[in-house]
Write a protein that binds this ligand. Structure first.
Ligand SMILES: [Zn+2]
Length: 176
């Protein structure tokens, strides 16, 4: 073998485990704190994360690690790791995209809930009129602003049922 892999030392409970270099895989499965799968990383990177206590080894065959709770380590700055940084970067990007969409919808529709017609305050979210599970897309024409609560009521309804719900809620609002 021309390429030498480093041995891995892991901090799982019990005695330190050393995995033989010749049995070492080239990539590792990565899971987040809740056990959700993330992008694979190299075995070297997995070893480094485990050694720095950024992750714990959950399986040796296949090689798999789980990231430890970085947010809980108050004194420790976010490590420069691609996995963790990639996650926060994506979350921020998603948040920015959502805020932009909300602004566009407010400009188009005003500040009232699509369903009940009452004013939207902080409890404002984006409703997919044709739900994503039914093939609805993220284009503005398929989106409307609603209260989180109203969005919850409409969650599993078809488009027709949503329009009926809208009529019902608005009638209730006017009467009440
Ligand atoms: Zn509402």
């Amino acid at each position: 073998m021309s390429r030498q892999h480093p041995d891995i030392l892991c901090n799982e409970p019990g005695p330190t485990v050393r995995v033989a270099a010749d049995a070492f895989p080239t990539s590792a499965l990565v899971f987040d704190q809740e056990g959700q799968p993330l992008k694979d990383c190299s075995a070297e990177r997995a070893a480094s994360l485990v050694q720095r206590e950024r992750a714990v080894l959950v399986s040796r065959d296949p090689l798999a690690i789980r990231l430890t709770d970085v947010a809980g380590r108050g004194a420790t700055p976010t490590p420069p790791g691609i996995l963790i940084d990639g996650r926060t970067r994506n979350a921020r990007k998603k948040r920015r995209k959502k805020d932009k969409r909300i602004d566009q919808l407010k400009r188009r529709d005003g500040l009232d809930c699509f369903y009940c017609g009452r004013e939207l305050l902080d409890d404002c979210t984006i409703e997919h009129l044709l739900s994503q599970t039914d093939g609805g897309n993220d284009k503005l024409a398929n989106l409307a602003l609603t209260h989180v609560k109203c969005n919850g009521i409409a969650a599993d309804l078809s488009v027709v049922e949503k329009v009926k719900l809208r009529d019902r809620l608005r009638t209730t609002t006017n009467v009440g």
